[in-house]
Design a protein around this ligand. Structure first.
Ligand SMILES: Cc1cc2nc3c(=O)[nH]c(=O)nc-3n(C[C@H](O)[C@H](O)[C@H](O)COP(=O)(O)OP(=O)(O)OC[C@H]3O[C@@H](n4cnc5c(N)ncnc54)[C@H](O)[C@@H]3O)c2cc1C
Ligand SMILES: *[C@@H]1O[C@H](CO)[C@@H](O)[C@H](O)[C@H]1NC(C)=O
Ligand SMILES: *[C@@H]1O[C@H](CO)[C@@H](O)[C@H](O)[C@H]1NC(C)=O
Ligand SMILES: *[C@@H]1O[C@H](CO)[C@@H](O)[C@H](O)[C@H]1NC(C)=O
Length: 491
């Protein structure tokens, strides 16, 4: 379809992109719309699937984070893997940046077109290709979201449990190695992806575990699947994912309880895990986020450090689990154990938990979320949370803490007034200190949101210079011209 020999206009275009991302050149490259490139894109995906309208570009130039919008020059919508492959060939030949866009719910500025270029929106690729109930797996196209998949699976008795707060695309979730409240029981995307179809920068299509392979285990060579999980659009475009499914548990009960301090809440969590209780979810909210949650979701929880818990299993196992956890909570002076066993009450509770980002933003209307996402060995969690809280208080900012506490993972969703650079600076300094603290405590600067543009410096601190060099070498192998989501993960 597209002429493989590089046309002249593409050579010119390529040269203009070879500047680094300084502010001036960035604006210069964003200001103009390259007509010829747009035509070539339309030749591949069709006129209706290409847009240079400012509203569409702006919508694709940012995710849900505080990072300034950086609109791509043009947005193309792919409807098939062939489209993706041809568009990549085009951009690779022209050396034009290409940024994959899933559903734009990321929290680290993953989709922002900081070097201009083409945004490739894959949300129209929504086929559920196969479901194998007896093998507990399914294969989906990249635009399928987690809620769409779970609605589709409803009658099979199976579900896909990975649940970031947003209804994100499943391949976007692969790209950021997402997880959520269910990770304590089911793991993260890493543990639940078996195979990926990926289009490389030069347009080649590979299947990371081999075409149509979907075995529970394999010892066949390097794990390419894992390499693409968490690659944030910098190594290739994921067009299909084969995912592990799980049985929907027989019965479910949820509960909320509160504690005098953070330490007691986390101690309870550690003891629950040590007792071998297969808790389905265990989430920490500090008093600031409980307050936000009460206001936003019309709950009336006591404003104190709290745990949201969920138990699943047969009625008998539920009885055992809840009794044991009840005792542990009492032992740690937790109080106000409130049960929600009917589905409506339960859904209300977990919807409140999932809406917490918006609840935190509602504390300061008009603000955007500046989020931090650190993860430490769970034994270090109380100290890291307490010291983070001190930093937040010292800086005098609003910083609700919410944690996937069973995984040693917690977030602060600072509501930030983007129009106030001084405030952004103060908050980003607190966030940086928290990440450095997590690294000091043998943790990571991001448990699930990714590096994006906000944590590139921290990545080097985390894995060291040599580790980062190896990552760069891997990137160069897959994307020698550096067209894929440039400026993300690395500088
Ligand atoms: C309210 C709220 C709550 C959230 N809670 C959580 C949470 O609990 N846990 C969690 O992990 N995250 C959470 N997130 C963040 C977000 O939902 C995840 O990062 C999600 O994985 C992003 O998916 P997406 O499809 O929206 O990706 P996008 O935002 O579109 O893209 C994210 C990154 O992946 C790349 N990308 C997207 N699609 C592809 C593809 N097909 N191939 C290659 N690269 C691709 C993009 O270029 C970008 O770098 C939350 C977000 C919101 C708004
Ligand atoms: C390879 O990586 C994937 C994705 O992280 C994971 O699900 C799978 O179990 C890994 N395979 C092996 C053999 O380790
Ligand atoms: C619980 O409270 C009692 C009485 O105030 C106190 O003696 C005890 O040390 C507390 N236990 C824990 C684990 O905090
Ligand atoms: C980090 O790990 C090292 C090696 O195990 C250990 O010596 C050190 O005490 C740990 N740091 C913290 C703060 O736990």
């Amino acid at each position: 379809m597209f002429c493989r020999k590089l046309p002249k206009y593409l050579v010119t275009l390529a040269r203009s992109y070879h500047r680094t991302g300084s502010k001036q050149s960035l604006q210069a490259s964003i200001a103009k719309v390259p007509d010829n490139l747009v035509k070539a894109l339309a030749g591949i995906v069709g006129d209706k699937n290409v847009s240079t309208a400012m509203a569409v570009r702006e919508q694709h130039g940012r995710d849900e984070s505080y990072h300034d919008c950086a609109p791509p020059e043009v947005v193309a919508f792919a409807e098939s893997v062939e489209h993706v492959s041809e568009v990549l060939k085009l951009c690779n030949d022209a050396e034009v940046p290409l940024i994959p866009f899933g559903s734009g719910t990321g929290l680290e500025g993953g989709v922002n077109a900081i070097r201009g270029g083409v945004c490739l929106d894959v949300s129209k690729m929504t086929n559920i290709i196969s479901v194998h109930p007896e093998d507990f797996d399914c294969t989906v196209e990249c635009g399928v979201t987690r809620n769409t998949l779970n609605n589709y699976l409803r009658d099979t008795g199976l579900w896909f449990p990975i649940d970031p707060g947003a209804d994100a695309s499943l391949c976007g979730m692969c790209a950021t190695s997402a997880s959520g409240t269910n990770a304590v029981r089911y793991g993260t995307m890493r543990e639940n992806v078996m195979n990926l179809e990926v289009v490389l920068a030069d347009g080649r299509v590979i299947n990371t575990a081999g075409k149509d392979r979907r075995t529970k285990k394999t010892s066949a060579g390097y794990n390419l699947t894992n390499l693409f999980v968490g690659s944030e659009g910098t190594l290739g475009i994921i067009t299909k994912a084969t995912l592990r499914l799980h049985g929907i548990p027989e019965d479910t009960i949820s509960a909320v309880c509160n504690f005098q301090d953070v330490q007691s809440a986390v101690d309870t969590t550690v003891q629950v895990l040590q007792c071998g209780i297969q808790i389905a979810r265990i989430e920490f909210l500090d008093e600031v986020s409980v307050d936000a949650c009460n206001k936003y979701s019309k709950l009336d929880m006591k404003v104190a450090p709290s745990l949201f818990l969920e138990f699943t299993g047969s009625p008998n196992s539920l009885k055992d689990q809840t009794q044991l956890v009840g005792d542990l909570v009492k032992m740690n002076n937790g109080s106000d154990f409130r049960w929600a066993s009917d589905i409506e009450e339960r859904n209300h509770l977990w919807k409140a938990r999932h809406d917490i980002l918006y609840a935190c933003m509602a504390l300061r209307p008009g603000c955007k979320p500046y989020s931090t996402d650190v993860c430490v060995p769970i034994s270090n969690l109380p100290e890291v949370i307490v010291r983070s809280k001190e930093e937040i208080q010292k800086a005098g900012v609003v910083g609700p803490i919410v944690g996937h506490v069973g995984d040693g993972n917690f977030h602060v969703f600072f509501p930030v007034d983007q129009s106030n650079p001084e405030e952004v600076k103060v908050v980003s300094e607190v966030a940086r200190k928290m990440a450095v603290l997590a690294l000091e405590f043998n943790g990571t600067c991001t448990g699930e949101h990714g590096i994006g543009m906000g944590k590139r410096k921290l990545l080097e601190q985390e894995i060291g210079e040599d580790g980062l060099d190896v990552m760069r070498q891997i990137k160069a192998t897959f994307d020698p011209k550096g067209i894929l989501n440039p400026g993300k993960v690395f500088f």
